[in-house]
Design a protein around this ligand. Structure first.
Ligand SMILES: [Cu+2]
Length: 116
């Protein structure tokens, strides 16, 4: 039965390597749009992601002016021109609820990034 142990070792090492390479990316989307009372994010529900998992957020803009897209905790501070889409890539390293806001318009309806 000693042989079985010897054969198993390389298999285990291989599966550990594979686990390290198969990092899943989560894709989310949000867009600056006209909402009741001004401009805001659509959909307005929070963006939910997993801690430690890479996420790509496509940020659109269906309004006529440039908007900002900021998440202070993860160093995100971008702008999106009208009709354009940008990709924001982050790997959230801490659980929590973070404010997602437009740094160009303080009154712009905010949304949240929930990491759990
Ligand atoms: Cu704005």
């Amino acid at each position: 039965m000693k042989r079985a142990g010897i054969l198993l070792a390389p298999v285990l090492a291989g599966s550990l390597l594979f686990a390290g390479c198969s990092v899943k990316t989560t894709h989310k989307g949000v867009s600056a749009a006209a909402v009741a009372g001004g401009n805001g994010w659509k959909p307005s529900n929070p963006i939910k992601v997993k801690e430690g998992r890479k996420v790509v957020i496509k940020v659109g803009n269906s309004t006529k002016v440039t908007h900002g897209f900021s998440i202070d905790a993860f160093g995100v501070k971008k702008t999106v021109d009208p009709g354009k889409t940008i990709s924001v890539k982050i790997t959230p390293t801490a659980k929590g609820t973070y404010v997602v806001y437009c740094q160009l318009h303080p009154k712009h309806q905010k949304t949240e990034l929930i990491v759990n």
